[in-house]
Write a protein that binds this ligand. Sequence first.
Ligand SMILES: Cc1cc2nc3c(=O)[nH]c(=O)nc-3n(C[C@H](O)[C@H](O)[C@H](O)COP(=O)(O)OP(=O)(O)OC[C@H]3O[C@@H](n4cnc5c(N)ncnc54)[C@H](O)[C@@H]3O)c2cc1C
Ligand SMILES: NC(=O)c1ccc[n+]([C@@H]2O[C@H](COP(=O)([O-])OP(=O)(O)OC[C@H]3O[C@@H](n4cnc5c(N)ncnc54)[C@H](O)[C@@H]3O)[C@@H](O)[C@H]2O)c1
Length: 453
Amino acid sequence: MSHHHEFDYVVIGGGSGGIASANRAASHGARVALIAAGPLGGTCVNVGCVPKKLFWNAAQLAEGAQLARSYALYGDAPEFRWPEFTQRRQEYIGRLNDRYAEGLASNGVTLFRGFGQLAGEHRVRVDGKTVLAAPHILIATGGEPIRPDLPGAELGLDSDGFFALQEQPRHVAVVGAGYIAVELAGLLQSLGSRVSLVMRRNHFLHGFDAMLREGLMEAMAAAGVTLLPKRQVSRLVRGARGLELHFADGERLQGIDTVLWAVGRRPRSRDLNLEAVGVYPDDAGYLPVDRYQNTRVEGIYAVGDVTRAPALTPVAIAAGRRLADRLFGGQPERHLDSSLTPTVIFSHPPIATVGLTECEAQERYGADNVRVYRSRFTPLLRALDRDHPQVTHMKLVTTGAEERIVGLHALGDGVEEMLQGFAVAIRMGARKRDFDDTIAIHPTSAEEFVTMR
Ligand SMILES: Cc1cc2nc3c(=O)[nH]c(=O)nc-3n(C[C@H](O)[C@H](O)[C@H](O)COP(=O)(O)OP(=O)(O)OC[C@H]3O[C@@H](n4cnc5c(N)ncnc54)[C@H](O)[C@@H]3O)c2cc1C
Ligand SMILES: NC(=O)c1ccc[n+]([C@@H]2O[C@H](COP(=O)([O-])OP(=O)(O)OC[C@H]3O[C@@H](n4cnc5c(N)ncnc54)[C@H](O)[C@@H]3O)[C@@H](O)[C@H]2O)c1
């Protein structure tokens, strides 16, 4: 027998966007149900930002121990114990999962554990049984990693599989050229694995400012990552000496124990029974929405990675909260403008970027209307390390006579914590002279942004 429950708002998906929207709607007094098929917190908490950043922290500390020698700080090189780290990391994630459940309960959100599917107008079914009815339904089902369609692909791991690894891989081939590829390759190298990064083009991070791409390729190569550009993987086989990655040109990479596919993600829009309500995904499976997160069907909305918005946790959260403010908080115009979304790639060293690349600015405003400021320097942190020089790169992209800043890009130590404040300034319309009028903080790397000439 199926049970029937009435709500104001039913949210499908207990990840970044769904939880944020459910909690915000409840804070406005709505009766809210949240359906979660996986562990609470979704991709970000369980197999994304959080475990990745903990790994990155470990890698930074390991690198710091190396750098310490340039400060005449000697001692045993630290040994990374992967299984122990994994256990502590998972315990922490378990505490986060509990905290999300407690947060939902204390906000009065009713949690249904199970798989949500649309079941006709204003109705959602959980695990094919329980029926929830509500005038407003949010789809926040996120995304999942894809694998290439080639022989032997099942012998490799995707990013979910990477976080489940119980032992440290010795020699890894990372295939891909996006955020996940450079992040996983960087942290594995810093933690002592041998890493080969296989990409189809002659560069990675397509679409990012060229200074960032080129600077990071240089730094990763110098750190010992083997960069294998212009390689088209044709198959993966298990050979006598471990895995073998074969390329279309006949070459092969042998002696690897782990292959990580980092070739992109796809939206989780299958199996939602969307036909029952007349919502249709686009060719790649994304749910089309307008700037208010409305799908083409009244009362059905989507946020986060299941849409074409930038696949970042703060974007999913902001869209989810604003939607709840609009529906239940009496703010009819509230919506998200994600045009100036700051983002960090936790590579080694990290990348921080907001706004237009130099090329994009030239295309949009014309080359004559774009002025670019650059800086390249050895940060003081590394000044005593003559053997492993690593430079920091910064760029400001400005436009018009008043030199409004439309892009800010950085690669180097500490830039991940530098960007947030600059993103506020740029959002407020900062011009180059506002940066120049700001007193520098010395000695820091960040001060370069207010002293560029
Ligand atoms: C390796 C990796 C590292 C990342 N690092 C960062 C980072 O550093 N910073 C950053 O901002 N972003 C990062 N991201 C991206 C970020 O994780 C996503 O953008 C974010 O999680 C999207 O949130 P979401 O709510 O759309 O979906 P998700 O977080 O994926 O949540 C969707 C949830 O819905 C559930 N679900 C799916 N279908 C159903 C159904 N039918 N019924 C019920 N529940 C369902 C899923 O189980 C999942 O829990 C990273 C991603 C990955 C993979
Ligand atoms: N630090 C962060 O904020 C962070 C970290 C990780 C992921 N993310 C988010 O998750 C999204 C997904 O990340 P991603 O790295 O999976 O995807 P992506 O779309 O950024 O990159 C996928 C890459 O794989 C390459 N590729 C595709 N097929 C290939 C093949 N057969 N062989 C070799 N290369 C192939 C593509 O050219 C592309 O460079 C990102 O766009 C980002 O929004 C964010």
